[in-house]
Write a protein that binds this ligand. Structure first.
Ligand code: FES
Ligand code: FE2
Length: 446
């Protein structure tokens, strides 16, 4: 495939109609909205629960606390993964309190009931003291759907939901060339934030904020509308291709010297930035050629299977309702917000980054958290946003606007969003959510 350019578009194939529902503030601020989402939305979607790398041996587990719910994913003797609600069938105590770990028997901290990794109750105190006889072997932890894609484990409370791979369409196919299966999650950071989960969801459904919130990206990502491709799929998911390795065409960065940091990238691929003075837009195609020529020898085994566009551009995927995946050949970013258990004006923000294994590479340069070791979960931390702990440079910028937007939405003076055409994905997201709140299944299950 040739490097793609051309007019910004929702191609007819990937456009979707919108009705023009007014996006009012109550969906970000009211307890009723939050309750409706807990009732109608969250029990019916696939949730990304963790990475398979944490589940090597039988009894290895990952716990995912989501809002008021908690789910454990447990590796089975036959190599599969099963998910259970993290609640004891005796009197409801939460069973697993750590994030990840391994145990031959899941043991409740209250009265000591014990369960095998397959969720079967195997040991209780005073087994003869039950009206129906010894419950061991008869009682099981409450199970959920659990399926995997690439390096990821997902769970779903809805027994009737479509299988994960179908639900994720078109991304398993569109991302197949990157070879994500064996990528390594090098960091997983999260923070409690003072805004509704949909604030950042909206932010990821538009690139209108790039020139104002992320101005320094303008010398590396072409955020100009004529070159950005937006797609909306009928199952509620979206994507955006942003031209990378090229400065924005909103300003003239193309007729003079190659701007930083593009000049350093050129040198890293054995190109002389001086050769591109006055035509910096051509550098992108030159980098494609150099990546093809030099990449495999440098250990980037996934380059051979990629299109030219995948080699240099950013594929930003927003899945309904709350998962974002941003792909480049050398990095997979997972960005997500999840609701607070009870406060609509709060959420948890999560940011993971995965990297391809590259022979001989022990450190990843220039991640959103700086240079870090190329190893599983080199950095894992949870913080409170505003305490000065970074969630990644660009993510920090996105989050910086969340609290003040939440505050502004509380005003009686706010009458509803006024969106640009390029923010149509936000409009569609809220209309799909409106339908779900009124009782429709999530769009990927319709
Ligand atoms: S609540 Fe778990 S053993 Fe009693
Ligand atoms: Fe952003």
């Amino acid at each position: 495939m040739n490097v793609q350019s051309g007019a910004a578009r929702y191609s007819p194939e990937f456009d979707q109609p919108v009705r023009g529902d007014v996006i009012t503030a109550d969906r970000y601020t009211s307890a009723e909205w939050m309750e409706a989402e807990y009732e109608k939305l969250w029990p019916h979607i696939w949730h990304l629960g963790g990475v398979i790398a944490d589940l090597e041996e039988e009894g290895d587990f990952i716990r995912h606390n989501f809002g008021r719910e908690s789910v454990i994913m447990v590796k089975q003797a036959d190599g599969t993964v099963r998910a259970f609600f993290n609640t004891c069938p005796h009197r409801g105590n939460r069973l697993i309190l750590g994030e990840v770990g391994s145990t031959p028997r899941i043991t409740c901290g209250y009265h000591g009931w014990q369960f095998d990794p397959d969720g079967t109750l195997v040991n209780v105190q005073d087994p003869d003291d039950f009206p129906g006889g010894n419950p061991c072997g008869k009682v099981h932890l409450e199970e959920l759907r659990c399926e995997t894609w690439g390096p990821f484990v997902f769970w779903n409370m809805d027994k009737d939901a479509k299988p994960l791979l179908e639900w994720l369409k078109p991304f398993p196919e569109r991302l197949a060339n990157y070879g994500l299966e064996n990528w390594i999650r090098a960091f997983a950071v999260s923070a409690d934030c003072e805004f509704n989960w949909k604030i950042i969801r909206d932010n990821f459904n538009e690139s209108y904020h790039l020139p104002t919130i992320h101005p320094e990206l303008s010398t590396f990502i072409n955020d100009g509308l004529p070159t950005t491709v937006f797609e909306m799929y009928d199952n509620g998911h979206n994507s955006m291709w942003m031209v990378g390795h090229q400065a924005t065409t909103r300003e003239d960065h193309h007729s003079g010297d190659v701007p930083a940091p593009l000049d350093d990238v050129a040198r890293a691929w054995e190109l002389d930035p001086a050769d591109y003075k006055g035509r910096t837009g051509d550098l992108r195609e030159a980098i494609v050629r150099q990546k093809r020529k030099l990449g495999p020898g440098r250990g980037y085994r996934n380059y051979d299977s990629m299109t030219d566009q995948q080699l240099v551009d950013y594929f930003h995927c927003t899945l309904f309702p709350n998962l974002t995946i941003t792909m480049s050949p050398e990095q997979c970013q997972i960005l997500r917000t999840e609701p607070h258990p009870s406060d609509p004006a709060k959420c948890v923000f999560q940011h993971w980054c995965l990297y391809p294994p590259v022979e001989g590479m022990t450190e990843i340069k220039g991640t959103p958290l700086g240079d870090i070791p190329l190893e599983h979960d080199a950095v894992v931390r949870h913080s409170t946003y505003g305490d000065g702990v970074s969630l990644g440079f660009v993510a920090d910028q996105d989050l910086s606007i969340g609290t003040s937007q939440q505050q502004g939405l509380n005003s009686r003076g706010f009458k509803g969003c006024m969106l640009t055409h390029q923010e149509k994905r936000i409009q569609r997201f809220h209309e799909l959510l409106n339908d779900v709140i009124k009782g429709a299944p999530p769009p990927a299950d319709r």
